[in-house]
Write a protein that binds this ligand. Sequence first.
Ligand code: FAD
Ligand code: NAP
Length: 308
Amino acid sequence: MLDLAIIGGGPAGLTAGLYATRGGLKDVVMFEMGLPGGQIMNSSEVENYPGIKEVVTGMELMEPWPEQCMRFGLKHEMIQVTRVEKDGDNFKVILAGGKEETAKNVLICTGSTPKRAGFEGEDEFFGKGVSTCATCDGFFYKDKEVAVLGGGDTALEEALYLANICSKVYLIHRREEFRASPNTVERLKNKENIELVLNSSIKKVYGDAMGVSGVLTVNKEGKERDLPVPGIFTFVGMNVNNEVLMQEDGSTLCELNEYGEVIVDLSMKTSVEGLFAAGDIRILAPKQVVCAASDGATAALQAIAREH
Ligand code: FAD
Ligand code: NAP
């Protein structure tokens, strides 16, 4: 029986693992289906984590975190969790392949994943010219023109990153105002090889078996514009990864809000005793690495308090 099962190994899960093991919980396993680090590993620039003196990549930021946690006894199982169920006073953690673990406490920190924008050709060309990761795919378009869709922090930061690799970036956004922070908007506007395509959406992405060959946009007046780019990066927000909470009878393990985010109190406690949620998955999450880490620490301290 585990003292604590942590589902997800992003900043929230890793920090929870550090605090839980260092705080005396003995059997703590972090179930992470990929490499530990979370979605920030896809970011090409991070400058707002406290203590960072220079801009670093997400990978550089997260690289030391797993080693620090493992030093205190955190175990990592690289596997997907299918579902978490109540099992008397404890929990059953069901893993891909059907194996099960039981745990006294469970912390859900499965984070969020990029949304699809919904234009024609998006699914057909996903991975063949349509991407949601500039650090992963940007280099394929070195010295070529690309398009970016979205007006939030992610879209603008990644457009700036791509502008350093690509000859030109078309930033397509459906409004005139940006959701991103003013500092980032300023940097974007000062970047010579970024052209703003505002009040516009994507009608379709087209191409052939080799991949994307262009993007057709349409503005608010209905005027179409053809951008003959081989790559389009979409950054239109995130969906919370709450699937592990879905029960076989269609109910959810704990209370969620209308966006599917887990309802927690200030201790990261959910509506179910012994079940915690931390990071991007919870209500009102600021969706920042530092906040996810803080949530993870808070939840771990609560789990320790329950066991001692
Ligand atoms: P995540 O980082 O999403 O980690 C969740 C983990 O859970 C993932 O590793 C996933 O593989 C795993 N997982 C999910 N489901 C399962 C399952 N069923 N079984 C096993 N494992 C599972 N924040 C900043 O503070 N500064 C920035 O500059 C910044 N830039 C960003 C740039 C980009 C491109 C993006 C996408 C985000 C950025 N953010 C930034 C936001 C930041 O990355 C998130 O707020 C933070 O990573 C949330 O951490 P988390 O631990 O809650 O979740
Ligand atoms: P976001 O803030 O939700 O922005 C999504 C953008 O996509 C918005 O501009 C939105 O337009 C647009 N959009 C949504 N659906 C669309 C569709 N179907 N078609 C076209 N455009 C669409 O998402 P995000 O940029 O990924 O950021 C997520 C969170 O992480 C935010 O809280 C953000 O602050 C944080 N983050 C922070 C940093 C940082 O601190 N440096 C970096 C990255 C992310 P509208 O504006 O018109 O709604």
